[in-house]
Structures are given as structure tokens and as C-alpha cells.
Design a protein around this ligand. Structure first.
Ligand code: NDP
Length: 245
């Protein structure tokens, strides 16, 4: 595809989202930065060092239906299409590491986590489908986690199965279901939908204990955003390798 692709990345004011935006811009992609705090986006724009400057910034709290609708309308009116959607924004609620399991998790933590990590991703994607369908080669990347893998969690020998921020893990399993289901319903459109496991990455969410830096951590997301028409669809990928659901 020609180098005039347009990408919207949620939560691209910091972490993996910001790094993915920079790497995509270095590949010639026209990036629309988005986040829930306009001041943070403007600060990113002011210090931008990617190849192609972001073409736009959109204030977008993905949990707010009015923000999602406004973003979709703006993209439709100004650009007429969207080639790449990276559903990156995500949270682990404060204190969930090592605490919440399926016996103890609170309704509040489930609500917060699922609102952002699942319901909002589905709502935003649905709102953007009309502009994604205008692309010659639409790509949707759902930024998931290996912690959402049922197979890995069920394997007592896996080192990941001991990591139990329950609400987070369950939310990423639900996001993976969205990937599978949407990839099938869009199969005739040319739009490819995949889940990315970035790795365990040094960010605010991943903590400073993570082994991977953000440059490497954005790699899987960027690769899936740029896959060709013969690339994967409806898969769960980390650094080019298929992961177990
Ligand atoms: P960060 O905590 O660094 O960044 C999270 C981003 O999400 C921020 O930009 C934040 O915005 C944004 N965000 C949170 N809630 C909303 C919302 N309601 N609307 C819009 N934006 C929102 O995390 P990472 O970069 O590490 O995480 C990015 C993705 O990668 C997440 O989906 C995460 O689950 C996934 N992931 C990360 C791993 C890691 O090890 N780091 C491992 C596996 C998956 P704000 O600045 O306003 O809070």
C-alpha cells in the first residue's frame, strides 16, 4: 500500500502508544494522536521527533460515547477514511498486581477495567468501522496481553500463570474474543483484525521491573498495523510468533 496511510492510536500520549505512533510515523504513516488529556497531547506534539509530524490530535477518552462519536465524525469529515486503528489505551487498576484474584476481585475493579479495556474498545471500533471500510486495506490492532491467554493461565507450568491481576487478565481475554469475532465478521472487507502481545514492557503500566524497553515493546503493534494483504487475520501475535488463545 502507498505511504499515505492514516492511523489513529488510542492512548498515544505515553508508553507503547506513543512509541508506536513514532515508529509508524518513521514508516511514513500519517498519525492521529489521541488521548484523554489535550494538554498531554500538545506536549507530545511540541517535542515530536518522528519522521512525519502527526497530522492531528484528538481529545478522546475512549470510555466517553460522545468523544468516540466526535472522533469518528472528525475523521470522516477531514480525512474520509482510516487505514489503521490501534486500540492501545488500557489500564491495570491501582493495586491489582498480586492482589485481585477471582475470589477477591471487587465489582468496582471489574467495572473500571472492563469499561476501558473492553467496552470502550468495542464501542470505538464500531464507531470507526464506516471510515475503516473506506480504506483499501484497513488494519485493526487490539493491544492485548499474554496475561489474557486462557491457555497460558490454565497451564500451571507457565511462569505467566502465576501473574494474577484477575480483572486485567479477564479483560484481555474478552478483548481477544472481540478480535476473533470481528476478524470473522469483517473477513470479506479486507480489514484485518489481530491481537498484539507487546511483551512485558517498561512503562507506567508495565513497571520499571519489565525487561523490555518501549522501542522493542511497540514492535509487534507496528508490525501488525503494517501487515500486507497476505498477513495474519484473527490471530494473537508477539514478535511475529502466534500466541495461544
Ligand atoms: P501506560 O500506562 O504507559 O499507558 C496507558 C495509556 O492508556 C496512556 O496513554 C493513558 O492515558 C491511556 N488511557 C488509559 N485510559 C484511557 C481512556 N479512558 N481513554 C483514553 N486513553 C486512556 O501503559 P502501556 O503503554 O504499557 O500500555 C499500553 C497497552 O499495552 C495497554 O493496553 C496494556 O494493557 C498493553 N500491555 C502492556 C504491557 C506492558 O508490559 N507495559 C504488557 C502487555 C500489554 P493517560 O496518560 O491519560 O492516563
Amino acid at each position: 500500500m502507498s505511504n499515505d496511510r492514516i492511523a489513529l492510536i488510542t492512548g498515544s500520549n505515553r508508553g507503547i502508544g506513543l512509541e508506536a505512533a513514532k515508529q509508524l510515523s518513521n514508516q511514513g504513516v500519517k498519525v492521529i494522536l489521541s488521548g484523554r488529556d489535550k494538554a498531554k497531547l500538545e506536549a507530545v506534539q511540541a517535542t515530536w521527533n518522528g519522521e512525519v509530524a502527526p497530522i492531528d490530535i484528538i481529545e478522546l477518552d475512549i470510555t466517553k460515547a460522545e468523544d468516540r462519536a466526535r472522533a469518528a465524525q472528525k475523521i470522516a469529515e477531514q480525512y474520509g477514511r482510516l487505514d489503521i486503528l490501534v486500540n492501545n489505551a488500557g489500564v491495570i487498576v491501582e493495586g491489582e498486581w498480586g492482589q485481585n484474584n477471582s475470589e477477591t476481585v471487587s465489582q468496582e475493579d471489574l467495572n473500571t477495567t472492563f469499561s476501558i479495556n473492553v467496552f470502550a474498545q468495542i464501542g470505538l471500533t464500531q464507531d470507526l468501522l464506516p471510515v475503516l471500510k473506506k480504506s483499501k486495506a484497513g488494519r485493526i490492532v487490539n493491544v492485548s496481553s499474554i496475561l489474557g491467554s486462557l491457555a497460558v493461565n490454565a497451564d500451571q507450568n507457565s511462569s505467566w500463570s502465576a501473574v494474577k491481576p484477575f480483572a486485567y487478565n479477564a479483560s484481555k481475554a474478552a478483548l481477544n474474543m472481540f478480535t476473533v469475532s470481528l476478524s470473522q465478521s469483517l473477513a470479506d472487507t479486507g480489514i484485518k483484525v489481530n491481537s498484539a502481545h507487546p511483551g512485558w514492557v517498561k512503562t507506567d503500566l508495565g513497571t520499571s521491573a519489565a525487561p523490555m524497553d518501549v522501542t522493542e515493546g511497540a514492535r509487534t503493534v507496528v508490525e501488525l498495523a503494517l501487515i500486507d494483504s497476505d498477513g495474519p487475520n484473527g490471530q494473537f501475535i508477539h514478535l511475529g510468533e502466534e500466541q495461544p488463545w
